[in-house]
Design a protein around this ligand. Structure first.
Ligand code: SF4
Length: 704
């Protein structure tokens, strides 16, 4: 076999993009056309329990970035101001020696580690161990902070454990009412849509909550086109109607929950018309939605970033969970709650220790018992483990203030994905050392001192946990191009140079997974019963799975919740909207999100010709009346400005968005990056930035 070659003409793999993790086959054929020999790829969905053989356009073309000529194939180091190729030994020695000298001058907290939600479970686990054992720093966090932190923290508080989907995908068609709050599944997780179509055919009433009439809203029976940042207000108002009209499940509330009476007192003060005015919709629409959800036997509430990327995202999710609990729609067929994860391993990536406050298996770094257990698995003294660090954006602020001197970034592109990127760029430029491990010379990698080339989804082996909590094995099917190495092996090689190699002596990804099984054993996200052999035999295994001879738990909370008294808790949610205050200077609300053909910061999908061709540049979606008011013509370049900064995109005039709101996708960096303008204000509970509500103004550039 030659480098870059597939191990067989037909290989089985798994899409690297969203949280469905569709299985697929890729076949390759060599074809000669006009004297030019080229390889032709064909990606096809492979039936499995989650995706049922479907693939979306991203999955069909994922091989295009993996085989892109721009893949990094050699380490790069900055010399004389330029990044130049160097041997691996030189790059790794330089990183280790800089880390060593910082460890002796600044101590371990001078070094920050920044991970990603697309890394495999094995790499995410190892990155957490690398931070705590090889470096000893408290500063580790990851881009999943921007993805799942609000829903994850809300699920933990209300149910005692956070698993994205508390039921199975197969429960969707059984639900008689489905609430899709701030989630555009048709573009973000397209292969899930048939589950919702099937539910509709079975008679389900579908409620979509979104400031835009997205392709997902096209299937809605009721579209609540609310003002961004008012999801919690809406959920409170729906709950009031459900309570006032006697649609609650009193037996469930009495037997399985706490806190209902306090909630009732709070709801007494709520005025439906006032809430409707804040949400920017009619009060009778709120009534319709509440009656539709409250009056049926089965139902599921889904949330995603539209609800969660708010400065009250944590509480907004808890307000929606009140609806689930009040109507007893959890722990049985056709019922539940689902946080639709965005990233490929958004679920697994948040379970095994790359969060600032977390150890593997959802253990807490602040709990003495948890520290002692994980330290025993790692063979270190519990007192040597550092304490809790700070969230991803706060880490950038710390870099900016000079509190962190070196940053190691793996599987993330923070200069595009953070809010307020002007500060982030300034911060990264101040570092003594920036190391980036990536497949491409991303916007962040371009600023690095050392760039380490890593393998793609086709070339590395590891497990990913999809949005259902189903652990899936994806095995390498192609040899790495050039000298690219697996992320986990890079961590081991740096650890060895820091004299910590004994803690990182793994022969392959399975070896790491075996340790992860023990590290997560007895934790809330228990993987002990899951093995590679089992994953090869079965269509994935749900966690928690404490025994190798037992199935994992597909339906959560059938009999009890994971809090100490086994009951779930209602939450009194005080929210009157989370939007940034509008003014004469900044009169519009900017919200952001994804488009069908791109993923995250576009580092991969913008390099896939078939995907890039469909959305070649960034744009702003603006209502025709708003466009007229600001003298904007369709298709022209406009500048959008907030208190933080400006960016430039092309206008797309569409009637499907609220007049007071504009929408910009999040997949482009530089001058087209929506995050030049987004808010760095953080949710006090989960430290999620308020990406979805920035006060801005817009102007056509021709009038400059
Ligand atoms: Fe499946 Fe998501 Fe990949 Fe599309 S992007 S093929 S829905 S995993």
């Amino acid at each position: 076999l030659k480098v870059g070659q597939y191990v067989a003409p037909l290989v089985e793999t798994q899409c690297p993009f969203c949280s469905v993790q569709c299985k697929m086959t890729i076949s390759t054929e060599t074809e000669a056309l006009a004297g030019i020999v080229r390889t032709v790829y064909k990606a096809e969905g492979k039936p499995n329990a989650a995706s049922q053989g479907r693939l979306c356009i991203k999955g069909m073309n994922a091989h295009q970035h993996a085989t892109h000529p721009g893949r990094l194939t050699q380490p790069l180091m900055r010399k004389g101001g330029r990044l130049v190729p160097v041997p691996w030994e030189e790059a790794l020695d330089a990183v280790a020696s800089s880390f060593s000298s910082l460890l002796s001058t600044q101590g371990p907290d001078g070094i920050g580690i920044y991970g990603g939600g697309s890394l495999s479970n094995e790499t995410a686990y190892l990155l957490g161990k690398f931070a705590r054992v090889a470096i000893g720093t408290r500063y580790i966090d990851y881009n999943g902070r921007f993805c799942m932190s609000a829903a994850a923290s809300a699920g933990s508080k209300v149910f005692g454990v956070d698993r994205g989907l508390t039921c199975r995908l197969a429960d969707i068609p059984l639900a008689r009412c489905i609430v899709l709050a701030g989630t555009n599944i048709a573009e973000c997780q397209p292969t899930l849509m048939p589950y919702f179509h099937q539910a509709k055919e079975n008679g389900a009433f579908i409620i979509v909550i979104d400031p835009r009439a997205t392709p997902t809203a096209a299937i809605a029976d009721l579209h609540l086109q609310i003002r961004p940042g008012t999801d919690a207000v809406l959920a409170n108002a729906m709950l009031k109607v459900i309570v006032d009209e006697g649609l609650v499940n009193e037996e469930f509330i009495r037997k399985r929950t706490n806190g209902y009476d306090q909630l009732l007192t709070h709801l007494n003060e709520l005025d439906l018309n006032e809430a409707a005015a804040l949400c920017g919709i009619e009060a009778d629409m709120i009534q319709q939605a509440a009656r539709a959800f409250g009056s049926v036997e089965t139902g599921i509430v889904f949330t995603a970033r539209g609800v969660e990327q708010q400065i009250d995202g944590h509480m907004a999710v808890r307000a929606l969970l009140n609806l689930v609990l009040a109507t007893g729609k959890i722990g049985r067929e056709g019922c539940g709650y689902g946080a639709i994860t965005g990233q490929g391993n958004g679920q697994g990536g948040r379970e095994h220790g790359q969060k600032a406050d977390q150890l593997p298996g959802y253990r807490s770094i602040e709990n003495e018992e948890d520290r002692a257990y994980v330290a025993s698995v790692w063979g270190v003294d519990p007192s040597s483990l550092p304490g809790k660090g700070v969230s991803a954006y706060e880490m950038m602020e710390l870099v900016h203030q000079g509190g962190i001197q070196a940053l190691f970034v793996m599987g993330s592109n923070p200069i595009v994905s953070n809010p307020n990127v002007r500060l982030v760029e300034d911060a990264l430029k101040k570092l003594d050392l920036l190391v980036v491990a990536d497949m491409f010379l991303t916007e962040t990698a371009r600023l690095a001192d050392v760039v380490l080339p890593v393998t793609s989804y086709l070339e590395n082996t590891g497990t990913m946990t999809n949005l259902e909590g189903r652990v899936l094995l994806r095995e390498a099917v192609r040899l790495a191009p050039g000298e690219a190495r697996d992320d986990w092996s890079i961590l081991c090689q740096i650890a060895a140079r820091l004299n910590k190699g004994g803690y990182f002596a793994y022969k392959d990804a399975e070896d790491i997974f075996e340790e992860l099984r023990f590290a997560s054993r007895g934790g809330l996200a228990d993987y002990y019963g899951i093995t590679y052999d089992r994953l090869r035999r079965e269509e994935g295994v749900y966690w928690p799975c404490p025994a190798t001879d037992k199935a994992g738990m597909d339906m959560m909370f059938r009999e009890s919740f994971a809090l100490s008294d086994r009951r779930a808790v209602f939450t009194v949610v005080e929210s009157w909207g989370a939007g940034e205050e509008l003014s004469e200077e900044y009169p519009l609300t900017l919200t952001n999100g994804r488009v069908l053909t791109h993923y995250l910061t576009g580092a991969q999908t913008r390099r896939s010709p078939s995907l890039a061709a469909r959305e070649i540049e960034n744009y702003v979606e603006i209502h025709p009346r708003t466009a007229r008011r600001w003298y904007i013509r369709d298709g022209e370049w406009v500048e959008i400005t907030s208190q933080r900064g400006s960016f430039t995109v092309r206008s797309r005039i569409r009637p499907n968005i609220r007049e007071d709101t504009i929408f910009v996708p999040m997949h482009w960096g530089g001058a087209q990056n929506v995050n030049q303008a987004t808010r760095p204000d953080l949710d006090p509970f989960c430290r999620m930035p308020g990406f979805k509500t920035a006060a801005v103004h817009i102007r056509p550039l021709r009038l400059a």
